[in-house]
Write a protein that binds this ligand. Structure first.
Ligand code: G1P
Length: 298
């Protein structure tokens, strides 16, 4: 069966970015000039996804507005002949987006469960907004390609520094069945480095079969008292093979302040409007900082 649907959980409170996220969705924070959620939607479309459900919560209305037409703005840009900007504004309106509210933030597994009616009896993709992925083939598409041959759930993973395992779901790989594709013994949510069975971490892209919903319906809260998607995947793996696909492209973590700043700088360095000034500025700043460092050492 063809994978046509994607679910983007976006109900999180965004506490890592307070006070910016007190009245604004963290998914609308821009990398240079594009909201982070637009990167995720673009990856879905580039992968051939036809319908996207965004699971939202309080303060998330701007996400709906961002992907809707804005007649006043569009006619203003048209009158002023700002065709490039008009194109940018119009680009985001022609997407099959659906929204559902998660009224109680009970965890990622609970957010995904809200998609049950939307997904129905089809395989689907879950895309987390904190990870922007870059590769020749979009990561969601890579998982969809795997599904074409395995017809099984496949979770994207990537090696992380061992001391960071407690920030992620970690897999216990069994065997590499083909290049970069693993059979998995177990999936563990946020283990300490001492407990972690490997350094292969789950990174925000999942291809799941609809059977995951049966598991989620009775899933007890796990790490942090939340209903964890990782726990449900571990249960699913006991009755139905779940694979892990090792991602070898570039991952930008925009879910915390430092990752967000690094991503902004790297995207700024390739953005036609600011790249030259930014490069010059970084070089100058680097020189100043090295001088400062050298004088401290004296
Ligand atoms: C979630 C998942 C975790 C995964 C991570 C990837 O955690 O629960 O398994 O490794 O996303 O970013 P969160 O970052 O929401 O705490």
């Amino acid at each position: 069966m063809k994978v046509r649907k994607a679910v983007i959980p976006a109900a999180g409170l965004g506490t890592r970015f307070l006070p910016a996220t007190k009245a604004m969705a963290k998914e609308m924070l821009p990398i240079v000039d594009k909201p982070t959620i637009q990167f995720i939607v673009e990856e879905a479309l580039a992968s051939g996804i036809e319908d996207i459900l965004i699971v939202t919560g309080k303060a998330k209305r701007p996400i709906e507005d961002h992907f809707d037409a804005n007649f006043e703005l569009e006619s203003n840009l048209r009158e002023k002949n700002k065709t490039e900007l008009l194109k940018l504004v119009e680009e985001t309106t022609d997407v099959n987006l659906h929204f559902i509210r998660q009224s109680h933030p009970k965890g990622l597994g609970h957010a995904v469960l809200q998609a049950k009616a939307f997904v129905g009896n089809e395989p689907f993709v879950v895309m987390l907004g904190d990870d922007i992925m870059e590769d020749k083939i979009p990561l969601s598409k890579q998982l969809m390609n795997d599904y074409d041959s395995t017809h099984a759930s496949t979770i994207a993973v990537m090696k992380v520094p061992h001391e960071e395992t407690s920030k992620y779901g970690i897999i216990n790989p069994e065997a590499e069945v083909s290049k970069g594709l693993y059979n998995v013994n177990s999936f563990v949510e946020k283990p300490t480095p001492e407990e972690a069975p490997s350094d292969l971490a789950i990174i925000g892209r999942y291809l799941l079969t609809p059977e995951i919903f049966h598991v989620l319906e009775t899933q007890a809260p796990g790490a942090g008292g939340e209903i964890q998607l990782t726990d449900a995947i571990d249960t699913l793996n006991k009755t139905q093979r779940v694979f892990a696909r090792e991602f070898t492209g570039k991952r930008y973590d925009v879910g915390d302040k430092f990752g967000f700043m690094k991503t902004s700088i790297e995207y700024g360095l390739v953005h036609p409007e600011v790249k030259d000034n930014l490069r010059e500025y970084i070089i100058e700043l680097g020189e100043e900082l090295s001088k400062e460092q050298a004088s401290k050492k004296k």
